[in-house]
Design a protein around this ligand. Structure first.
Ligand code: ADP
Ligand code: MG
Length: 925
């Protein structure tokens, strides 16, 4: 009969393998947002994402709520790598009735303990941060915000479940007039213990709790046994049974964090509450469960946890005695009494060198009369119960280790397992022996080294609190620095309103001269309707290359052919005559090659320099830019200059129909595919927009009928000071060093030429405040324009993974390393945040500008709802991973009455110029 019981308590490896697999599934279920609510293993986020770096210092208070007492600690960290913290503590016994009384009374009691404790300590600190160790399941949303999900053990205070326990403690502390005490962090006991293993630059990434933790006082910090290169896993104990580990943050779907790692409190005691473990439960387990204060729950804990092992043994003995297989001749009624056999006694019976004598002592103390055989069999039973607990615990831990190994894509995980608690005390304990051997079988890909923690709780909590404070202080500084770049909705509405105001000024005949947005008429009065046909020539001057194109607009679409020509610097900076002669020569060469000499094709001229247009084919150059400086052109009509050159070259077949700005080209090329396209937008080196305005609103051109495309030249928005309130120091620094300081102020917040430079200035400022690169920026980072806008695209595209083999981090690192910057993981994350902040602002400002445009168009047309398409070009818009998304989202928000579609233009300067020519020809016919 005894052997049958022993057999029932012993599992074959396949069973343990299955338990591990079930645990792994339960963990995944707990981490996923969809299934979290039904999960038995809740995988609660702790918001502990960082481990100590040793710079933590100051006085800290810790309050630990334990099974039967409250412990307060005063810890002084010296910023010396946490080598020699000073710790003072005090234990306050808790009256038994408090645990089942009112919640308020419990927190008042804790606060009174704090007050009494502080009365004996003098501190000069005016603010005293407090870390609260609260070993119950909480739904945590911040480090200092945690709703109690449910009480466990023998706690059941009223009015606490569902409430924020940090708030409850803070209120109770305030009631004690301890206004300088600030509850800054709440943590489970597992987490605190894990943290003590992270001193000396060694990170600890797993913790496990089994049984009562003892507040043993040991001088100095507990240090890992020389295994500085691997992370310790911690196995501790709390009267219950729990574990935590550092999970990849993006897998912790219940928390918003996506980078790095976050400690997850598994709360795995409830594993099996859905029936998963029913196959392995014995009748004794069922009885333990029935007699517990909450039957049916915490099934895993009831198999392994320190509160229950004595009970399991008691039920086994009671059953065997009733069957007359054991303790014959004794009165065994005592074995029906709950809790007469303590787990501690069970452990002594098996661990003690004199286990047999111990068994006898324990049984006799219960008034039993054990025979020699009884003692031996009781010892075997105790050993079987503890071994089973250890094997099941190993199955759970194996699931965690394998999960970590898999999610980090490692072939081999080397990890330390730090332990605490009565079940695994003493290096040769039976529990630990079985645990280790079973882990070796169930997770062979993981090398776990078991390490004992001593009083991890109190000190660990102090460290968590200190790390939280350090991070919070840094965060405050970063936020302060970035705050001016973060625009509120109100800010953006104001920008929108200002843009609208400047647009009106720019359109008005009288006000035009004072407007920062010039609203230049383009003499393009129609967008394509798809019926355009014919062959056209196009010129593209002012982009990266000079090109000549032939464009065939036919029934089946648009076909183009083009040739790129070089304009030698000598010609760019020589005389106007030479420049235009060169252009005509290129055209003739192209026509020759394309066999087009005999035809007179209408020509559209994309001329991307600022012009005052007087007609579709009449554009007075206002100034050269982009390295051009040919003499005798400024103030002249560029079409006339081209015609004169053609005459000089005796090229009679040239018919210039239109001069086109690149925004207009973009709008027209998209308009051919989508007739709703009445806006053009460029976000490339610079930024600009055009749209179809009512002629009656265009005060600068005669005529009231129909519409005309207006080239807004919105890059200059704000040049009259109207945007001064949103410019930051960084924008000023960027602007000051440009060749056109004080000009194109809106453009300098948005476009590709400037975003990288803004980021560079912010990085320098962060480094100067010791918030980045250990306070040491490289000399290279001091170089103007060294930080390219395309870096923003790269940095913002990749997910950041902490592992050294994570692709994302490698790319960010590569960029930073090229700039000779030594970046930690946290540095990379912060650099990415800076990039995100700058590109988000650019996209939102662009949206505010566009919102003004679409709203004006809607009002012009007296529509309740406007549907319109924007043709867009520019590498920043096209290549940045989030720009277009943020732009569109903000635009929907700012102009809800407009449904705006975005269409990317392909070769707007070539195709667009031809289409302007085509539309003009159609109109002329
Ligand atoms: P342009 O406006 O002169 O016609 P583009 O539209 O190609 O030229 O834009 C060039 C600008 O795009 C440059 O200022 C550059 O900083 C920026 N840029 C280039 N590559 C990227 C990228 N991958 N992501 C974001 N911006 C980029
Ligand atoms: Mg361009």
């Amino acid at each position: 009969q005894v052997q049958a019981v022993l057999n029932a308590l012993t599992f074959p490896l396949e069973t343990l393998q299955a338990v591990k697999e079930h645990m792994h599934q339960a963990m995944r279920k707990g981490m996923s947002r969809q299934t979290h609510a039904q999960a038995t293993v809740r995988m609660l986020p702790t918001y502990i994402c960082s481990t100590p770096n040793g710079t933590e210092k100051g006085d800290l208070l810790v309050v630990e709520l334990c099974q039967s007492h409250v412990r307060t600690l005063w810890v002084t960290l010296l910023g010396d790598g946490n080598q020699s913290p000073q710790v003072t503590d005090k234990i306050f016994d808790m009256p038994e009735d408090i645990k089942q009384g009112k919640g308020e009374a419990l927190f008042d009691f804790i606060a009174q303990c704090v007050r009494q404790f502080l009365a004996g300590i003098s501190s000069s600190q005016n603010r005293l941060p407090l870390g609260f160790v609260f070993p119950f399941s909480c739904r945590q949303t911040q480090l200092d915000k945690a709703e109690l999900i449910s009480w466990s053990k023998d706690f059941s205070c009223s009015d606490v479940e569902g409430k924020d326990v940090v708030q409850l403690l803070q209120s109770a502390i305030n009631k004690q007039e301890l206004h300088h005490v600030d509850v800054v962090a709440l943590m489970n006991n597992t987490v605190g213990t894990m943290m003590t293993c992270s001193t000396e630059g060694k990170t600890c990434e797993v913790a496990l709790v089994v049984g009562e933790q003892h507040a043993t006082r040991v001088p100095g910090w507990w240090v890992l046994g020389g295994l500085h290169w691997c992370s310790p896993t911690l196995l501790a104990a709390d009267g219950g049974f729990n574990s935590c580990f550092m999970a990849e943050a993006q897998q912790v779907e219940m928390a918003e964090e996506i980078s790095g790692r976050m400690c997850v409190n598994t709360e795995w005691g409830c594993f099996g509450d859905d029936g998963t473990l029913s196959g392995i439960l014995t009748p004794y387990d069922e009885r333990v469960d029935q007699e517990s204060c909450k039957p049916g729950v915490k099934r895993f804990e009831k198999l392994v946890g320190g509160l229950y092992l004595g009970e399991i043994v008691r039920h086994v003995l009671a059953t065997l005695a009733a069957e007359k297989a054991l303790l014959i001749g004794s009165d065994v009624t005592i074995l029906s009494t709950k809790d007469v056999l303590k787990t501690q006694q069970v452990l002594e019976i098996i661990n003690n060198g004199e286990g047999m004598a111990e068994a006898r002592r324990v049984l006799e103390a219960l008034g039993l009369k054990p025979s020699e055989q009884d003692c031996s069999q009781v010892q075997q039973i105790c050993r079987a119960v503890v071994s089973r607990a250890a094997a099941l615990c190993a199955a759970g831990l194996a699931a965690i280790l394998s999960h970590m190994c898999q999610s980090r894509e490692l072939e081999q995980l080397v990890v330390n397992v730090a332990m605490d608690g009565e079940l695994c005390q003493g290096h040769t304990s039976r529990f630990e022996e079985v645990l280790q051997s079973v882990i070796g079988l169930l997770a062979p890909e993981c090398t776990a080294t078991f390490v004992h923690s001593v009083d991890g709780n109190g000190r660990g909590a102090a460290i968590v609190t200190a790390v939280a404070l350090r991070l919070a202080a840094q965060r405050r500084e970063v936020d302060q620095l970035l705050a001016p770049l973060r625009l509120s909705r109100t800010d953006l509405e104001r920008v929108q309103a200002l843009m609208r105001q400047e647009m009106e000024l720019g359109l008005g005949r009288e006000s035009h001269a004072n407007a920062s947005v010039r609203m230049l008429p383009t003499y393009v009065c129609n967008t394509p309707d798809g019926t355009e046909r014919g062959d056209f020539l196009a010129l593209d001057l002012g982009g990266t290359n000079f090109r000549v194109l032939v464009v065939h607009v036919a029934q089946d679409g648009i076909h183009m052919d083009n040739e790129i020509y070089v304009i030698p610097t000598a010609i760019m900076q020589g005389t106007g005559e030479a420049l235009f002669d060169h252009i005509v020569e290129c055209i003739m060469d192209f026509q020759m090659k394309q066999d087009l000499m005999e035809q007179i094709l209408p020509l559209g001229f994309t001329f991307s320099f600022p012009c005052q247009q007087l007609g579709l084919d009449k554009a007075v150059l206002l100034s050269w830019t982009k390295g051009f400086s040919a003499s005798g052109c400024v103030g002249q009509d560029v079409v006339q200059l081209l015609r004169e050159a053609a005459q000089r070259k005796q090229h009679v077949g040239l018919k210039v129909v239109a001069v086109v700005n690149d925004t207009v080209g973009t709008m027209m090329s998209c308009g051919y595919d989508d007739p709703k396209c009445e806006i053009g937008l460029i976000v490339g080196t610079g930024t600009n927009a055009c749209y179809m305005e009512e002629m009656q609103n265009v005060g600068t051109v005669e005529g009231e009928r129909g519409r005309m495309c207006i080239n807004m030249e919105w890059g200059a928005f704000g040049d009259n000071g109207c945007l001064d309130h949103i410019f930051t120091n960084f924008d000023q620094l960027v602007d000051e060093k440009t060749i056109n300081a004080g000009k194109q102020r809106f453009e300098k917040l948005i476009s590709g030429m400037y975003l990288g430079e803004i980021v560079r200035h912010i990085l320098l400022a962060l480094a100067e405040k010791q918030l980045l690169f250990c306070g040491k920026p490289s000399p290279k980072l001091q170089t103007r324009d060294i930080f390219k806008t395309k870096f923003l695209s790269t940095i913002e595209t990749v997910p950041l993974v902490r592992d050294s083999d994570g692709l994302g981090l490698r790319q960010v690192r590569a960029i930073l390393q090229d700039l000779e910057l030594q970046a930690s993981f946290e540095d990379s994350v912060l650099v990415r945040e800076v990039c995100q902040t700058v590109s988000l602002r650019a996209a939102q400002l662009c949206a505010a500008g566009l919102a003004a445009v679409v709203e004006k168009m809607r009002e012009n047309r007296g529509l309740a709802q406007l549907a319109v398409t924007v043709g867009v070009d520019g590498t920043l818009y096209k290549m940045h991973p989030r720009f277009s998304q943020h732009l569109q989202q903000m635009l929907r928000d700012l102009a809800p009455k407009c449904t705006v579609t975005f269409l990317q233009s392909e070769d707007g300067s070539g195709k667009g110029a031809a289409l302007v020519a085509a539309v003009a020809c159609r109109a002329a016919e």
